[in-house]
Design a protein around this ligand. Structure first.
Ligand SMILES: Nc1ncnc2c1ncn2[C@@H]1O[C@H](COP(=O)(O)OP(=O)(O)OP(=O)(O)O)[C@@H](O)[C@H]1O
Ligand SMILES: [Mg+2]
Length: 446
């Protein structure tokens, strides 16, 4: 029993050792866990620093963007905006987050933007023009809208990027206005040039009208005298005068001659009236402001009329050679072409003012669907340095008040608009030659 009692308490000793081991291993594990924790902590801190750096980087990009940026969820609720948008609408990101982006859009564009979420499922929206409710009024934008997806590719919202169009649109509008003004000014110039040319012709026209009018006037005077004589004779018949008396009166009043004369008087008067009508028609053709549609017209007639008036008005002994067909068809606005022809002939006549020999040669012909007209003068020609400036508006070598310098520039515009050609060059024999080419068929320029 005692022996039994003396037995060493082995189990107790061994259990103490085990528990110590267990503690050691626990402490070891704790150490390891702690070391891991420290490691993770360092990693997290590094990641944090990296994130912070990225945030600063992206924030700086956002701040430097002049385009506005709106990030929304799938309901159009604003999640982020950039500073360009904040400045534009005069609200901070804090005030905007949580609002629906449509609240920033002007009423009349709402229908457009309401469809954005649906549309971007199919394809991104590009360059959609709309207006934002800006701090200082509406701001036109060109908007792009793209879907925003999560890592599984599901649509979670959208990103709107808008470029303010303000400056661009303003510049465009100003450009448009300037263009309209220029066009108006050009029309006025064309009109005033036409008026100036018309003015130059007026003296000639007045003289020309004087002829048939004085002719008609003279005839009417004669008719008036004849009427007196005829009334005398008819009165005598009514009074029942004898045949002998009537015969005597016929001889005295020279009624036989009067009756013979009557026809030629009436014919002459008619001719004079016709001439007046022709002159008025010519003038109307030249001065018409509203051009109707382009038509076929007789270029020869236009040339002859223009030449007639200019030569009449110039009152100089100009030797004119004409090689113009009876009729020459061209297509366009006859009134405008008349203006071109007048200017070419007038320029040639003006150029010869101081020339000892004044020869003007006009030629017109047709070839392969085109009508040609050339004016050659015996003037001094055009100095080499002026050749390239002839068609410039306001280029003139004439004294102030005698030339606007618009004739050729307007003529060039008219001819180009007709799909034709206008050239001026010097001749080796001296003098200058102008060539006008027009189509005589209706073509794509018509
Ligand atoms: N046949 C010509 N010979 C010499 N110079 C010419 C001839 N035709 C034109 N020019 C020159 O070209 C210039 C410009 O002609 P343009 O018809 O455009 O204006 P302008 O005749 O001076 O003025 P406007 O036509 O308004 O009366 C003339 O001033 C002249 O110097
Ligand atoms: Mg001229």
């Amino acid at each position: 029993m005692s022996q039994e009692n003396e037995l060493p308490p082995t189990p107790q000793v061994s259990s103490a050792t085990d528990s110590e081991d267990a503690w050691v291993s626990v402490i070891q594990k704790m150490d390891e866990a702690y070391a891991d924790l420290v490691h993770y902590q360092v990693e997290v801190e590094e990641k944090n620093a990296e994130l912070e750096e990225n945030k600063v980087f992206f924030d700086s990009i956002q701040r430097s963007m002049s385009d506005v940026l709106i990030v929304c969820d799938q309901n159009g609720v604003i999640m982020r905006v950039n500073s360009a948008l904040e400045v534009l609408v005069g609200k901070t990101e804090g005030q905007l987050v949580g609002e629906n982006f449509t609240q920033l859009i002007e009423q009349r564009y709402l229908q457009k933007v309401n469809g954005f979420l649906k549309q971007i499922r199919v394809q991104p929206i590009r360059d959609c023009e709309l207006e934002l409710k800006g701090f200082e009024g509406s701001v036109p934008l060109s908007m792009n809208c793209s879907p925003r997806k999560n890592h599984r590719g599901r649509l979670v919202g959208m990103v709107l990027i808008g470029r303010p169009l303000g400056e661009l649109q303003k510049a465009y509008k100003e450009l448009n206005e300037a263009h309209a003004e220029l066009k108006l000014a050009q029309e006025r110039l064309v009109q005033s040039e036409k008026m100036a040319s018309l003015g130059r012709l007026v003296a000639g026209v007045a003289h020309e009208l004087n002829n048939p009018i004085s002719f008609v006037y003279g005839n009417m005077h004669a008719l008036q005298r004849y009427t007196d004589r005829l009334s005398q004779y008819f009165d005598a018949i009514n009074e029942g005068q004898s045949r002998e008396e009537l015969k005597r009166m016929r001889e005295q009043l020279r009624l036989e001659k009067l009756i013979k004369d009557l026809n030629s008087l009436v014919d002459g008067t008619m001719e004079g009236a016709d001439r007046v009508k022709e002159i008025v028609n010519d003038l109307r053709q030249f001065s018409s402001t509203q051009e109707s549609a382009k038509t076929h017209f007789d270029l020869s007639h236009v040339i002859r009329t223009a030449l007639h008036w200019i030569i009449k008005e110039s009152k100089r002994p100009i030797e004119v050679t004409e090689d113009i067909p009876e009729e020459l068809q061209a297509f366009g606005h006859s009134g405008q072409i008349h203006q071109v022809v007048v200017n070419l002939i007038q320029n040639a006549v003006d150029a010869m003012e101081d020339s000892p020999v004044q020869k003007l040669s006009l030629k017109a012909w047709s070839d392969q669907g085109q009508a040609f007209f050339s004016v050659i003068d015996s003037g001094p020609g055009i100095p080499e340095e002026n050749l390239s400036r002839l068609f410039d508006p306001f280029f003139t070598t004439k004294p102030v008040g005698q030339g606007t310098g618009l004739g050729l520039s307007i003529s060039y515009g008219i001819v180009s608009e007709h799909g034709g050609k206008l050239e001026i060059r010097n001749l080796s024999s001296g003098g200058a030659a102008a060539l006008l080419v027009l189509t005589n068929e209706e073509d794509e320029h018509a």
